[in-house]
Design a protein around this ligand. Sequence first.
Ligand code: AMP
Ligand code: GLY
Length: 425
Amino acid sequence: MKVLVAGKGAREHALAWKISKSPLVEKVCCFPGNAGISEIAEIPSLPDDSVESLAAFALKEGVDLTVVGPEDYLSKGIVDHFESLGLKIFGANKDAAKLESSKAFAKEVMDSAGIPTAGYSTVTTVEAGTAVLQRSKFPIVLKADGLAAGKGVVICDSFETASTELKEMLGGKFKDAGAKVVIEEFLKGEELSLLLLTDGLNVIPLLFSQDHKALLAGDTGPNTGGMGAYAPVISGTPGLYSETDSSVTRPLLAELRKRGINYRGILYIGLMIVDGKPYVLEYNARFGDPETEPLMMMLESDIVPYFKACAEGSLKDLPELKWKNGYGATVVMASDGYPGTYPKGEVITGLDSVDSGIAVFHAGTKFDKDGRIVTDGGRVLMVTATGPTIKKTMDTIYSSIDRIKFKGAYYRPDIAHREIKRTVK
Ligand code: AMP
Ligand code: GLY
């Protein structure tokens, strides 16, 4: 098989890495790709990164299966376009991806299906929003309805900060993405990520994982796209999984089917566990980043038949996924200034000096004109490993990470701190 991976981050690097190990696959291509991905996959030369250019390439090259990474391709309808041309593709179609691309839609679907989630109101005017804030308890959560590059969720401690934020969002801070604002009750608990493979009817779960969204140690500082992740999570018990399956996953897929939406691909459920019960914070229609990196390293099964079965609607024929024992984890190396502004083009050295068994997935890198690997994004590298315990896994990563160098490199020193506390006696 020839497989094309659409995207250019560490998530796509990890997916292409796992796909390239499949005995079913002769060739992996990736576009736009990055410096690291070019070591394991062919990066074709295409005129641009549009859906149409990718589809033209897939047709010409005889690609058997395309796997989509980022949400913007999904919300632009890459799956609908490929399928209209008879091309096989793994991912949610445009209507299904609305679960991620519109928070107001996601809340409305959850309401109809009776899925546990934070209480909310959706507003489109400052007057209506202010009236909601006047009768609210604080902290409260304001969410821009549309895709806002991970910046559209703001937790506000007081009426004053919430009113200012509300006016900015409705006033165009996130352009059209903020034309509707969801005002949501603040939930306190532990956050878990649950990624599921689905063909719209059947579901096969990946391990529960946990991301670390805050920039600084101790889960402080501004929110980021994620600074590190690990899997499995001890609090993600089989009991919690079956409760999530019956109270969230099944009602969601049934509600979508009722609306004529067949959800195929990966369904990412962002959960807050409050007093042992799962509440949905958000859905993503794609693999989580950085959760995917440790998940792909922990996975023993060949992932390619699962991607194919989701695309074809035949997931019921496949067994549960098999996983390594122990833990997988990843630590993000970021550019100085991220998640604000940061420099690009810093030379990266020491990539080959990490211990064997560590995979360094590239998030934002490229080759400069002299052929050196340089930084090309806020999140730059994801240093990933597996081990028999979470403590040993983190020791493996942290004892190698300083050998990789670029100017201003920053990483969190405490990824997986909760799990280490829970498991080290
Ligand atoms: P989202 O993109 O909706 O997942 O929001 C980003 C982050 O904001 C989440 O990962 C949570 O840490 C936080 N968050 C979102 N909604 C809530 C909520 N209702 N209560 C508490 N924290 C929240
Ligand atoms: N790790 C969070 C996300 O992918 O949205």
